[in-house]
Every structure is written in C-alpha cells, then in structure tokens.
Design a binder for this molecule. Structure first.
Ligand SMILES: [Mg+2]
Length: 256
C-alpha cells in the first residue's frame, strides 16, 4: 500500500493518560480550574468574598451544557468561550461587578490554566517518537487531528516532548470549530497536507468511533489503535473488518 500521509489522533493513539478514570479527569480539571480562579482574583474580577465553589458550580453547569451541545451538533465550543460565557452570566446575575475589560488573550490564558494539569498527565507512548521520526525520514506527511477544546494545550504537549517538528499540520476541534467524526475536519487536514487529490494514500489512525467513522465518512482508509482501557459511554465500532494495531510502531509495517 502506498502511503503518503498519516492522520493521527492524539489521546490514546500517540499519548496516554495513566490509569484514566472519570474521577482522575475531574480531579485534574478541578486543579486547573482553581488556578484559573486565582488569576481572576488577581485581576479583581473574582472577589475574595466569593467562594471558589460558587465559581466552580456555575462553570461546571455551563461546561456540561456546552459539552452536550457539542455532541449534538459536532461543533466545538472552546474552553475560552466557556469562561467568557460563565463570567458574562455571573455579571448578569450581579454576582460579580465587572469584567475589568478581560481581553481575548485573558480568556485564552484562563483556558490554558484550566487544562494545564493535562499537560502533566498525558505522556507519549514509548514508541511514539521513533515512529514519527521514521515516518518523517520516509517523507510521509504527518497530521494530527484532536477533538480538544483548547488548541494551545495540544501544541504545548507536543512541544514539551519535542514532537511538534514532525507534524505538517496540527488541527484541533477548538481551532477548526468542528469535531470528529465530521468529515470536513479530515478534508481540511488533507488540504493542509497537500494530498487532497490523493486521498487513497492517506491513512487515519485512531482509537475511537470518531476517528474510524470520521475517516469512513471522508472516504479515507483507517486503522484502529486498540486501546487497553474501556471508556464509559463509549460508542461501539464494528471492528470486525478493520485493520488493527496494538502498538503505534506497527503502522510502519504498512509503509513501503
Ligand atoms: Mg483518542
């Protein structure tokens, strides 16, 4: 099979989160959210007389609403937008007095802090770097598509582990606006890789429904990375006809 490009997923395809559980995710996000609240205090937006719990309650409610909406519409609502929405509604309810002219970059900073704990938790698999390096040497174009609500977080993690240099393009749903399995995000990746007229030479590699079904909708071949952990509420894929790998380096066996 002639492969000129690979589109990778991020979570549980190139990187893993040790012992993942809903509790660990919540713990991680709570740590990040407390850092964001500290910044709001420094900017005198969140007043010392108000409890952290009051902010956390409104934030969690909004986040849940946006999450449901994103599942339904396949659109992404970036974390920075959720912060803006939370703060505007707290102002409307007169819980806070003013937003002290918070700028777009301030909302981005709040989002980055909120996700900062993830940057400590996600680690590349043992073979991720050498696999990317090998593909890169062979001249294969490499793209990443991640359903993540904060673009900078994904970039930071690739940079931290010296992997960014291998990618021709890094796409997140936060920046693109739509989530996998919407085929448009895959078509966008193909254009960025310069391979839009040779889609049969580009393979999608991911661990979940959104990757495999998205690839099928975009008419791209795919390969399922079989993850060790099961996620709660996961959508099942009919994997009987799929090519599967259990180690990321196995993708090299497909490349001539
Ligand atoms: Mg994944």
């Amino acid at each position: 099979m002639i492969i000129k490009g690979v589109i990778f997923d991020f979570g549980f395809t190139l990187f893993y989160f040790d012992n993942p559980s809903v509790e660990r995710y919540y713990e991680c996000f709570k740590k990040g959210l407390l850092k964001s609240i500290e910044i709001l205090k420094e900017n005198q937006v969140w007043n010392e007389n108000l409890t952290n719990e009051a902010f956390i309650k409104t934030f969690s409610k909004k986040r849940e609403q946006f999450f449901r909406k994103s599942i339904k519409t396949k659109m992404e609502f970036p974390t920075s937008l959720i912060f803006q929405n939370v703060l505007e509604s707290l102002k409307e309810e007169e819980i806070i007095n003013n937003l002290n002219n918070l700028t777009e970059s301030a909302y981005n900073e709040l989002a980055e802090l909120y996700h900062s704990c993830e940057e400590d938790e996600w680690e590349p698999f043992e073979n991720t770097k050498e696999t990317l390096e090998e593909l890169f040497i062979k001249g294969v174009k490499i793209a990443l598509i991640s359903n993540h609500p904060n673009h900078k977080t994904i970039k930071n993690m690739l940079k931290k582990h010296h992997l960014l240099k291998y990618f021709d393009v890094v796409i997140t749903s936060a920046k693109y606006g739509k989530r996998k399995p919407d085929p448009d995000i895959f078509h966008y990746a193909l254009r960025k890789m310069g391979l839009e007229d040779q889609p049969n030479t580009v393979i999608v590699c991911g661990d979940e429904y959104a990757d495999i079904i998205g690839a099928q909708r975009a008419n791209l071949p795919s390969i399922l990375f079989e993850r060790k952990y099961k996620f709660p509420f996961e959508r099942e894929i009919d994997a009987s006809n799929l090519r599967k790998i259990r180690n990321i380096s196995e993708i090299l066996d497909l490349i001539e």
